[in-house]
Design a protein around this ligand. Structure first.
Ligand code: FEO
Length: 170
């Protein structure tokens, strides 16, 4: 069984991952309104990925014979400004998630919960990748000129993203 402090923090993390999914789904809808189907596709796949993260925590809590408690998911915005502003918001959000994963790691170390620490390593690595991917997109968007030249190509590239459940590749 998980210790109460660890369990409570892991349950909170499920909420954060589902909130992330909800946020990216809203960004996907917003990208559709801007006429950018590729970016809408990228955000929708990002939303799907976040649900796999939530499920990884959900399954882990059960593996440790402990109880999942689901809390309400906060509302998300529906307007995100320019495409660059929207991706900057994604990066800020992912940095917040990274902090949260680091906090979980600190708790697992404090409680000498080696199994949870081992499970969390996957998320530590995943966050490095997520932040790097979003930073790459922001760098590309910074090259788009005032007339929007280049945005079409970025949208086309992001439209090629396909969903892969990376929690299954361990
Ligand atoms: Fe589940 Fe994007 O971190």
């Amino acid at each position: 069984m998980l210790k109460e402090k660890m369990l409570s923090a892991l349950n909170e993390q499920i909420n954060k991952e589902i909130y992330s999914s909800y946020l990216y789904l809203s960004m996907s809808a917003y990208a559709q309104t801007l006429g950018l189907p590729g970016i809408a596709n990228w955000m929708k796949i990002q939303a799907q990925e976040e649900l796999t993260h939530a499920n990884k925590f959900f399954d882990y809590i059960h593996e440790r014979n402990s109880r999942v408690i689901l809390k309400p998911i906060d509302a998300v915005d529906s307007e995100f400004g320019s495409v660059t502003e929207m991706f900057k918001r994604v990066l800020e959000h992912e940095q917040m998630v990274t902090e949260s994963i680091n906090n979980l790691m600190d708790i697992s170390i404090e409680l000498s919960d080696h199994a949870t620490r081992s499970m969390l390593m996957w998320f530590v690595d995943e966050q490095v990748e997520e932040e790097a991917n979003v930073q790459d997109i922001i760098d590309q968007l910074n090259l788009v000129d005032a007339k929007g030249h280049g945005l079409f190509m970025i949208d086309k590239d992001l439209g090629a993203r396909v969903f892969v459940d990376e929690t299954q590749n361990e």
